[in-house]
Design a protein around this ligand. Structure first.
Ligand code: NAD
Length: 267
């Protein structure tokens, strides 16, 4: 039963021609970047500063920057893992169209996916942007300025608030990015959702839109998600172990690894 899910996922990937990848924080935990909801995740260690609080209060901006600067060295040092490499392999095979990610770590591009194929729904932590004029500086420069005493740095062009170029709670997503993601999902023949709890909206509606438009939906995650019931195949397991196997064009449907991997078929 479990081996069947893996074999079914492989078959679906091999038969697909226009795959949309959809990833969440789970694909980067094996690179040492904690996700939000796991016991050692971001929410267990930091209080959330909403976008409204960032705009309204200097104390909120200082706390936000403190958290981001504290997290930056680990984020900067992180390197792509086998899960990111698996999407590069799909690209190399000519099967991957767009990769939609909720992640802000830039690891898909660092793994080798062309930047114009990656839609970062929640922005990037590798830059800081002025909220007034959108002038951008690198995260390295922003971190240096905070460390040098600018606890809540301002844009040197216009004086607006600088903020890491990520989407905070309460902040609107970039409409063009969201539209492009939904369009890609509606045009694909298979959506491969990896390492997401699929509870954050509107992101979670993107795999749903692909399925409703007739595409196959493969979900790879360690734990259950609310979309498992509508998926074509659900593979339960550790991404770095399962995903390379699913996308490996050389593996046969009969070569299913034993032990460790715990895939589960729900449909
Ligand atoms: P999430 O934390 O809600 O869900 C991550 C899922 O991945 C969980 O279900 C978890 O069980 C699973 N998972 C974790 N490691 C795994 C592994 N090695 N193998 C298999 N499954 C694994 O994350 P989400 O769905 O992306 O949504 C929450 C928000 O988290 C997004 O808005 C995103 O911007 C933000 N975020 C991003 C990063 C990053 O850029 N790396 C890190 C933390 C949070």
């Amino acid at each position: 039963m479990r081996a069947r899910a893996l074999a079914d996922a492989r078959r679906l990937v091999r038969g697909a021609r226009r795959i949309v990848g959809f990833t969440g924080a789970g694909i980067s935990t094996e690179s040492g970047i904690p996700d939000f909801r796991s016991p050692d995740g971001v929410w267990a260690t930091n209080r959330t500063v909403t976008f409204q609080e960032f705009l309204a209060s200097e104390a909120g901006r200082i706390e936000y920057w403190r958290q981001k600067v504290a997290a930056w060295p680990a984020m900067r040092k992180a390197t792509p893992n086998a899960g990111h490499a698996a999407f590069v392999e799909l690209h190399r095979q000519g099967r991957l169209g767009t990769l939609v990610t909720q992640n802000i770590d830039g690891l898909h591009q660092r793994a080798g996916l062309p930047a114009d194929q990656v839609l970062e729904l929640h922005g990037t932590t590798r830059e800081a942007a002025c909220l007034r004029c959108d002038d951008r500086i690198s995260a390295d420069e922003a971190a240096r300025r905070v460390a040098a005493g600018e606890l809540s740095p301002r844009c040197r062009d216009c004086g607006g608030f600088l903020k890491p170029a990520t989407i905070s709670f309460g902040q609107s997503l970039t409409p063009e990015v969201v539209t492009a993601a939904f369009e890609a999902a509606r045009r694909c023949d298979l959506l491969l959702a990896v390492g997401s709890s699929l509870v954050v909206e509107p992101a979670a509606s993107i795999p749903r839109a692909a399925r409703l438009a007739g595409a196959g939906l493969v979900i790879v995650n360690r734990e259950a998600t609310p979309l498992d019931g509508m998926a074509t195949v659900v593979v339960r397991g550790e991404i770095g172990e399962v995903l390379p196997d699913i996308v490996d064009s050389r593996s046969s449907d009969r070569e299913v690894p034993e032990g460790g991997v715990e895939p589960e078929r729900t449909a």
